[in-house]
Design a binder for this molecule. Sequence first.
Ligand code: PGA
Length: 251
Amino acid sequence: MKTYIFANWKMYLDFDESNILANALLLEKIDFNKIELALFPSALALREMTMVLNQTELKVGAQNVNWNPKGAYTGEISAQMYKDVGCKYALVGHSERRHVFGETDEDVRKKIEACLEADLIPVVCVGETKEDKDEGKREYRLKKQLMRAFENLDLANKEIVVAYEPVWAISKAGVGEACSAEEADDVHGWIKNELKQYTDKAIPVVYGGSANEKNVVSLLAQEMIDGVLPGNASTKFETFISLIKEAEKVS
Ligand code: PGA
């Protein structure tokens, strides 16, 4: 399996900044036999990027989708619309969507189904809050999120990825502390085991939450971690290219 690197640019980069960073990455020699690299820019930058990147090995993904294919949904963009303009992936249920914009497990499920229907690969984000963790409810929270996302989900001929993103580890304004590699590995193992009751497919599980060029080697050296989903560290050329180069060493 290739190592996944999914760059979540959130609302950090505008149209010009996104294109400049994508073009800078294109000039680099990246070993795509080892790395599956996808960029998740803002919806506005995305079409410009797919036009260029879809001629290359880099992939593009959406940060969020609406589950309806079309209709009177002001301000929304459907999974099918993202597929039509060349996306391969879509983040679903990112913690900022859940906790800032009030997305529920039910919304996340509908989004997953819409992505699968449109042939977009959903990257389903799950993770516990600091409160959950402190109260010993991490497994309870993850179990619930995974059950709502995967129970009776038809995955025949479909791909799907899970991202374990502990909410407490996600950076704010560039400041955050990642989960230790060993702890993340344990949780990834637990998630993979949990997923066995829903599917016999081997579903990749990637880690997100202050992943950066300094900790990527220790994270990826773990047996159960199939990739990383950096936010802040992927928005600056120097840190992002060094994260990719470090990842290549252990992939
Ligand atoms: P971060 O973001 O790397 O800035 O913590 C990761 C994410 O939220 O996907």
